[in-house]
Design a protein around this ligand. Structure first.
Ligand SMILES: Cc1cc2nc3c(=O)[nH]c(=O)nc-3n(C[C@H](O)[C@H](O)[C@H](O)COP(=O)(O)O)c2cc1C
Length: 190
């Protein structure tokens, strides 16, 4: 599942994910589905106590149906976007059995600045770790000066695309490794 940390219509982070989705189709034998965070309410424990609101329930269903997660977020004031943090807070519930528990996850950032949103990657990793997700350990995918790398609603910078696709390969390898390990453990105990 691909989740952009921005709900802006022309979001460069959403464009990055959409380009990767389109570039993955044949070679990777997996698909990347984009999930928009527009409908999620602000996290509130009172809402949770009354039962997940329908947009949150739908978000949980999409997460549980996924094998892995790709987050691509802008950096807002040197940190994670509020939209994405809010989504992770909803996804983290209930703590002992959240849809993020054990989920392989890859983080990326894209921003017009020369730093490329890199400062948000730390908070994304920390929040995912708190949710017991398995953050893929690799060199950060940070797409700097991203406005210069987009044309006609697509990421067109070959170097950035290749690097991000390599990261997705790493995520896929992590998912396959995890599945193999779980299968072996099941066979050993069963
Ligand atoms: C409230 C706000 C804070 C921002 N703070 C940063 C920042 O700390 N670092 C940065 O690189 N860009 C910052 N930006 C610029 C965003 O990276 C830029 O608007 C980017 O296009 C947002 O991502 P999107 O296109 O996916 O919506 C900020 C933008 C806004 C609106």
């Amino acid at each position: 599942l691909g989740i952009s940390g921005s709900i802006r219509r022309q979001s460069v982070n959403t464009i990055v994910l959409a380009t990767l989705r389109d570039r993955m189709t044949n070679s990777h034998r997996v698909s990347l589905t984009l999930y928009g965070l527009q409908e999620l309410p602000l996290y509130n424990e009172d809402l949770e106590a009354d039962g997940f609101p329908p947009p949150v329930a739908a978000f949980h269903t999409a997460l549980r149906a996924s094998d892995g997660l790709v987050l691509c977020s802008p950096e807002y004031n040197h940190g994670i976007s509020g939209v994405l943090k809010n989504a992770l807070d909803w996804a983290s519930r209930p703590t002992i059995d959240s849809p993020l528990k054990g989920m392989p996850a890859l983080v990326m950032t894209a921003a017009p600045s020369p730093v490329g949103g890199a400062r948000a990657t730390h908070q994304m990793r920390d929040a995912l770790a708190a949710c017991l997700a398995r953050v893929v350990s690799r060199r950060d995918v940070v797409i700097a000066r991203v406005y210069e790398k987009i044309a006609n609603g697509k990421l067109i910078d070959a170097e950035a695309i290749d690097f991000a696709l390599q990261a997705i390969d790493d995520l896929i390898a992590e998912i396959r490794l995890l599945r193999l390990t779980l299968k072996r453990n099941k066979n050993a105990t069963g």
